[in-house]
Write a protein that binds this ligand. Structure first.
Ligand code: PLP
Length: 415
């Protein structure tokens, strides 16, 4: 009773307004359009709009599920008492499985050892650790434009500099080598290459990759190779890895269980060091950050050997679904007046462009309000607003996509 009185007294007697807490200035540039646009859609949903979400790359929201043998492996680990902290670099079994999986990715990876692997909480954490360990405020790194927003968010957080190199929509969204060369200066330390690519869904020609390797060699750049979609190639084409092209340029590759193993909520990812025998100082810095954050979730790491060394049948099954959904997306988009769409060959993204659009964010919001279909605007991936680009996630089933594209087509006729 007495306590209640005191508390009431304290609150009602306060006369001075509480000082507002100011966030760090660095956070002003942390923008994640893929999720931000959802807040807008949820608002409209509350007012009664029926929303078809074609915005986020989470296969589990649609008709894809984590393979049972992976779920079992996690259950078994928990039951067997693997619930304490793991090694900061990952469990021995997970690292050995990742190394073995790397051996299947071309001769350039035959010598990957478990010690070259660090397990992280999603590829996202690995990317953040590797960037944090590398960049001082005066350093810059080359990021693709359009790009996956995590990279620019982390760079903003670290307080280093990002320079966007063009992925050319008039050339199958391939990286523009001349633009990359033009951007490199004495403070450039690395280049990020996402291949197969989010948000465009394409993968890169061998010649383009060779060009990037040459520039990296000439300018002593490290390559960050984001390969999270490398097992999600829809067409029957061979992926070229940087390690097929060079044993001289230091490379860190990133991958994980979120996409091809359909377990994004488990937050299991990893980084692998290639051609980095001499980079002991940098690897040491990465290890120190990994140690300071203790470890990535321990029982979930048991899913890594189950995933990488176990039954892979779910992958061709998923790709068959994606092939049909990609074909629908590609054909329907290009059949619409003013819309051009490069054919996605991997992952589950397409990035069409529409002529005559001045502000892509307004455009995407107008589509949403009129049709209930939610895309992500291209400027959320760093593109100019007037390119009229937007990203489609084609994970939903054929009928859902057909209906969404019908509504979009009708909308665009009068927009
Ligand atoms: N890199 C790319 C290109 C992605 O598209 C994503 C997720 O969408 C990630 C990294 C993050 O993956 P994870 O879930 O393993 O953190």
């Amino acid at each position: 009773m007495q306590n209640n009185k005191i508390m009431r007294f304290n609150f009602s007697e306060r006369k001075v307004a509480m000082k507002t807490v100011k966030p760090a200035r660095k956070t002003e540039n942390i923008i994640y359009a893929i999720r931000n646009i959802v807040t807008y859609a949820k608002g409209l949903e509350k007012e009664g709009l029926n929303v078809t979400y074609l915005n986020i790359g989470d296969p589990n929201v649609y008709d894809f599920d984590t393979p049972d043998h992976m779920k079992q492996a996690v259950n078994e680990a928990m039951k067997a008492g693997q619930n304490g902290y793991a090694s900061s670099y990952g469990t021995d079994a997970a690292r050995a499985a990742i190394a073995e999986d790397q051996h299947k990715k071309g001769t350039g990876r035959k010598n990957v050892k478990p010690e070259d692997v660090i397990v992280s909480s999603g590829a996202s954490e690995g990317i953040e650790i590797a960037l944090t360990a590398l960049l001082n405020p005066e350093d810059n790194i080359l990021l693709p434009l359009p790009g996956y927003p995590l990279y620019s968010a982390v760079i903003a957080k670290i307080g280093a500099q990002a320079k966007g190199y063009t992925l050319d929509h008039t050339n199958n969204w391939q990286p523009d080598l001349a633009d990359i060369e033009r951007l490199i200066d004495e403070n450039t330390k690395a280049i990020v290459v996402i291949n197969p690519n989010n948000p465009t869904g394409v993968f890169y020609d061998k010649e383009t990759l060779k060009g990037i390797v040459e520039l990296a060699k000439q300018h002593d750049l490290l390559i960050f190779s984001d390969e999270i979609y490398d097992k999600m190639i829809i067409d029957d084409v061979q992926m070229t890895y940087f390690t097929d092209l060079t044993d001289e340029v230091p490379i860190i590759s990133f991958n994980g269980l979120s996409k091809s193993y359909i377990a994004p909520g488990w937050r299991m990812g990893w980084m692998v060091f290639h051609n980095m025998e001499e980079q002991t100082e940098y690897i040491g810095a990465i290890r120190r950050i990994a140690e300071a954050r203790l470890c990535s979730p321990s029982p979930l790491q048991n899913a890594i050997p189950a995933a990488l060394l176990g039954n892979q049948d779910h992958i061709p099954e998923a790709l068959a679904k994606l092939r049909s959904r990609r074909d629908i997306t590609f054909e329907r988009m290009n059949a619409i007046d003013r819309v051009t769409c490069v054919k996605p060959q991997a992952a589950f993204y397409a990035m069409p462009t529409v002529e005559g659009i001045e502000d892509d964010e307004k455009f995407v919001k107008d589509i949403l309000k009129a049709t209930g279909v939610l895309f992500v605007y291209g400027s959320g991936f760093g593109l100019p607003k007037n390119l009229g680009a937007f990203r489609i996630v084609f994970l939903p089933d054929d009928d859902t996509l057909m209906s969404a594209y019908d509504r979009f087509e009708k909308f665009l006729k009068t927009y």
